[in-house]
Design a protein around this ligand. Structure first.
Ligand code: ZN
Length: 314
């Protein structure tokens, strides 16, 4: 199992109540995408399944877990290509929980992508939350708490997971099976913004190089060469994750907005802020409104450029 960085508080709270025999039967691990919530859940499951509850790595329980063949651990999440987590999947959990632990007398369920449960699925899960079977622990992983019904939330032990420090992000990126190359590490750490999972695509050198180029192209949007930007977009908008393209723009523009506080007219600041929000919303807007990604991005950049210019000349 990968070593886990960050999330010490959650891990400590979990192991303490496990040792004290007071572990809540349903933990809801929530927080931004890409910060390692799933890896955390796997590690917490490791504590439960270990014969000495220490995730020792040596005992029968630990070895079975590492081999991926522990009969008392059940995992579910969004299936590839599906929009929702379906009721059939949750029913699988309930029948698993009604069995007695085959090996250990303990059972762990890791429910990933919980925010994607449809209503039926969430209602089915409630049953499992209301009547927990002895020795079972449900680890629910969720990156959008608002989308989870309050009835589910209120029956869980809520545990917020925070973005990682830059040092932890770097450690995660370095220990990946296919690590980000050293020359792109600084770029990846900056761009991750505490969420290493969102930049694992920088393992692909083509994407990493394209993002470095992007950073240079947009470093000074006011005097940027629009022809070159257009060309970059045409070449890379299909392969480089939109989230990262937008995040880099935001990282470059945001300081100008902050620095503009006192000296700049309200309308100019307002215009820049709107242009910036348009960039941040661009990845979502492309999906929601079926926009053509390239032209929509170019429009964002032109609007940014105009508002920055007006701010300078005002
Ligand atoms: Zn063990």
């Amino acid at each position: 199992m990968n070593q886990l960085y960050g999330h010490e508080t959650t891990r400590q709270r979990f192991t303490e109540s496990l040792a004290a025999g007071t572990l809540h039967h349903a933990w809801l691990l929530y927080g931004m995408k890409g910060i390692g919530k799933h890896t955390l859940a796997e590690q917490l499951a490791g504590f439960v399944m270990c014969d000495s509850q220490t995730a020792c790595g040596e005992c029968h329980g630990c070895k079975m877990l590492t081999a991926g063949s522990h009969p008392d651990v059940y995992r579910l999440g969004l299936l590839e290509g599906k929009r929702d987590l379906k009721i059939e999947q949750v029913r699988g959990v309930l029948s698993f929980l009604s069995l007695s632990g085959a090996e250990s007398g303990r059972r762990v369920v890791i429910l990933d992508d919980a925010e994607r449960m449809n209503n039926q699925a969430a209602n089915a899960l409630l049953k499992g939350l209301e009547e927990p079977s002895a020795g079972s622990v449900l680890l629910i992983v969720c990156s959008d708490l608002e989308r989870l019904p309050a009835t589910v939330r209120s029956r869980c032990m809520l545990q917020q997971c925070s973005p990682l420090s830059d040092a932890d992000v770097q450690a995660v990126l370095e220990q990946q099976e296919n690590p980000v190359q050293e020359r792109y590490l600084e770029l990846a750490v900056n761009l991750a913004d505490g969420c290493p999972g969102t930049v694992s695509c920088l393992q692909d050198e083509g994407i990493a190089r394209a993002l470095l180029e992007w950073r240079e192209l947009i470093a000074d949007p006011v005097s940027a060469d629009i022809g070159k930007i257009e060309n970059w977009i045409r070449l890379h908008v299909k392969t480089v994750p939109h989230l990262l393209i937008a995040r880099m723009l935001a990282q470059i523009i945001y300081p100008s907005l902050q620095n503009a506080c006192d000296t700049v007219a309200f309308e100019n600041r307002e215009a820049l802020q709107q242009a910036l929000h348009k960039c941040i919303r661009w990845p979502g807007d492309v999906v929601r409104h079926s926009l053509r990604a390239g032209p929509a991005l170019l429009a964002c950049i032109l609007q940014l450029r105009t508002s920055l210019r007006e701010m300078k000349t005002a």
